[in-house]
Design a protein around this ligand. Structure first.
Ligand SMILES: Nc1nc2c(ncn2[C@@H]2O[C@H](COP(=O)(O)OP(=O)(O)OP(=O)(O)O)[C@@H](O)[C@H]2O)c(=O)[nH]1
Ligand SMILES: [Mg+2]
Length: 587
């Protein structure tokens, strides 16, 4: 490839005021006219502010200038001589504003054709002086103009970077039908744009990925081919949540060709003092490699509109037609596109917030299986509402204060019924808990009552046992007494009459009068025996007085008398009595 050089300078093609963004069609026309009927490659570098974009483009120019002198080495990276190109500098304040295009095309031959190379530097996104709408417009214009977009970021491709990129790209895509006319059939997500290269500055994770270039079929020479940064970090994979997959797919599919270059960190001198005096050799090598690669035939992608290559002159016509789109006091098209994009972004942000709210609330409810008091539930709700607002703010960058108020209103309208549902689930849990407690109390009370009843029954049983024992003892005692009584009775019934009979017999024998026995009885000689009343009173004077014990029973003494009446018995004979009388007396 041979390149011829022209002196040049950055030309601003965009005018940005607070009210509007304007394309300076004359400025861009003056550059494109130099290309005329030739095809051209146009590189645009975009990305967050203060990330070394202008520094990199300056090196493109120095490289192209050096090439034009026929010097093939990498000295140009170390040569700080000609800094008169895209202005770059350190510090925190933004440097580039709007869009600058290098005034002079560089020429090269590619596949036998003479083609031009244009370089375009852009204002860094996310500074504090530019609205998101302006950022989006700058991104859209540079995307629409460029054939190779270098998206310059620091450290790594994070999800936040991809989301912003996807949003800006989709915004740019929405303008395609207006800028390419009705013939533009390529739509969002179907390779609407040509080439995209993520340039990652200060890349740290070299243990996993070597510095250098990655795309679908290439990895750096020393890189283990099983790990490909482009595929691993940019392509979607089935394990990702739908939302994340969607973002990855949109980014990758909006471009026909996507690659990544991992760049090492420069030395402190460059980072902090803008000096190239001690430029880190590894950094210098990679800057040179990157630029050489980007300008190599495989990456020289000529500008197309609606899928067709365009010349410098044709491009001027396109850009003129954009005047109505990007120019004018009201910017009606862009505004409507902006508003619809802002609205879509708002809806997505709101959905994400509500999903987060619902997920966290469900977790909270599930975690508190017995329910929580209403103050705790309300507190959780308020905390989540705050977090959701932060999520919305991080995802919906286009909206202003009006959108914020709209979000709060609509979020409340949608989250309040959800909260009511969670509250009723929580209330049910509390009620169930209360019922459970009540049941427990009742069971406890019943258990206690049963226990008391058992104790009472046991006491009663014991009492009964005691009573039975006492009764038994009483019975025994009674029995004992009865036995004693019986013994006594027996004694009285048997022994006393025998003794008394003997005494009486002896007495009768001695005195010769049974009646004298009554007198002896009366005299207390025979206690427990008494003569039948009629004998005792003397009314009955028979020789056979009847005797009674103290209970009035006729006594066995009769037998004694019988015996006493037998012939040969000493003393007077007494009247005989039947054996039956005797038996009835002793039974
Ligand atoms: N950490 C780091 N700093 C760099 C790198 N390349 C250049 N710089 C420094 O970054 C600072 C900003 O460089 P610029 O090229 O002006 O950055 P920019 O992205 O164009 O900045 P804006 O135009 O304000 O958006 C300068 O001090 C550079 O020396 C790099 O690869 N890593
Ligand atoms: Mg800059």
């Amino acid at each position: 490839m041979s390149l011829s050089t022209l002196k040049g300078k950055p030309i601003s093609i965009l005018k940005i005021t607070k009210e509007k963004v304007t394309i300076d069609t004359q400025a861009i026309k003056s550059i494109l006219e130099k290309i005329g009927n030739h095809h051209f490659v146009i590189y645009s570098i975009n990305g967050p502010k203060r990330t070394g974009k202008s520094f990199m483009l300056s090196n493109f120019i120095r490289h192209l200038n050096q090439q034009s002198t026929g010097n093939q080495g990498n000295d140009w990276v170390l040569n700080s001589g000609d800094m008169n190109n895209f202005t770059w500098r350190g510090g925190s304040e933004r440097q580039t504003t709007g869009i600058d295009v290098w005034s002079e095309p560089f020429w090269t031959t590619n596949k036998g054709r003479r083609i031009a190379v244009l370089l375009m530097d852009t204002q860094g996104s996310f500074d504090d002086q530019t609205t998101m709408q302006q950022n989006a417009i700058i991104f859209a214009i540079s995307t629409l103009l460029s054939s190779v977009l270098i998206f310059n970021i620091k450290n790594d491709v994070g999800e936040d970077v991809l989301q912003f990129f996807q949003f800006f790209s989709s915004f740019a895509t929405l303008t395609i039908p207006q800028v390419e006319g009705d013939s533009a059939s390529l739509g969002h997500g179907s390779g609407a744009f040509q080439k995209l290269v993520f340039l990652i500055r200060d890349f740290q994770f070299v243990q996993d990925y070597e510095f250098g270039f990655y795309d679908d079929s290439n990895v750096p020479q020393r890189q283990d081919r099983r790990k490909n940064y482009k595929k691993d970090k940019l392509d979607s994979n089935p394990d990702q949540p739908t939302e994340v997959r969607f973002t990855h797919d949109q980014v990758v599919q909006s471009y026909r060709d996507v690659g990544v270059y991992l760049m090492p960190e420069p030395d402190k001198g460059l980072k902090q003092r803008d000096t190239l005096d001690n430029l880190d050799p590894e950094f210098a090598t990679h800057v040179a490699d990157f630029i050489t690669l980007m300008l190599s035939p495989a990456h020289l992608v000529t500008k197309q509109m609606g899928g067709v290559e365009v010349t410098g002159f044709e491009m001027i016509k396109y850009i003129k037609s954009w005047a109505t789109l990007f120019d004018g006091n009201e910017l009606p098209e862009i505004k409507s596109v902006y508003h619809s994009a802002a609205e879509s972004q708002f809806i997505i942000a709101k959905r994400l917030s509500l999903t987060f709210y619902a997920t966290e609330m469900e977790k909270f409810i599930q975690h508190n299986s017995f329910g929580v008091g209403e103050p705790a539930l309300v507190k959780k709700h308020s905390e989540l509402v705050k977090e959701c607002f932060a999520i919305y703010k991080s995802k919906s960058k286009l909206g202003g204060a009006n959108m914020d108020a709209k979000f709060s209103e609509e979020f409340a309208a949608e989250s309040d019924p959800l909260f009511a549902t969670y509250k009723s689930v929580n209330d049910n849990k509390l009620q169930a808990q209360e019922r459970e407690r009540k049941l427990q109390r009742e069971i406890e009370a019943e258990r206690k009552a049963n226990h008391d009843l058992k104790a009472a029954v046991e006491a009663q049983n014991k009492q009964q046992e005691r009573a039975q024992k006492e009764a038994k003892e009483r019975d025994l005692e009674f029995q004992r007494q009865l036995n004693r009584q019986k013994m006594l009775q027996l004694f009285q019934d048997l022994l006393v009459p025998v003794v008394a009979g003997t005494v009486a017999t002896a007495y009768v024998a001695k005195s010769g009068s049974p009646n004298m026995l009554g007198a002896a009885m009366g005299g207390g000689l025979l206690p427990g025996l008494r003569m039948e009343d009629s004998f005792a009173s003397g009314r009955n004077t028979s020789n056979n007085p009847r005797w009674q014990d103290s209970r009035g029973r006729e006594m066995a003494f009769q037998r004694t008398l019988d015996r006493a009446n037998r012939p040969g018995f000493p003393g007077p004979q007494m009247g005989a009595s039947s054996s039956s009388e005797f038996l009835s007396c002793t039974s």
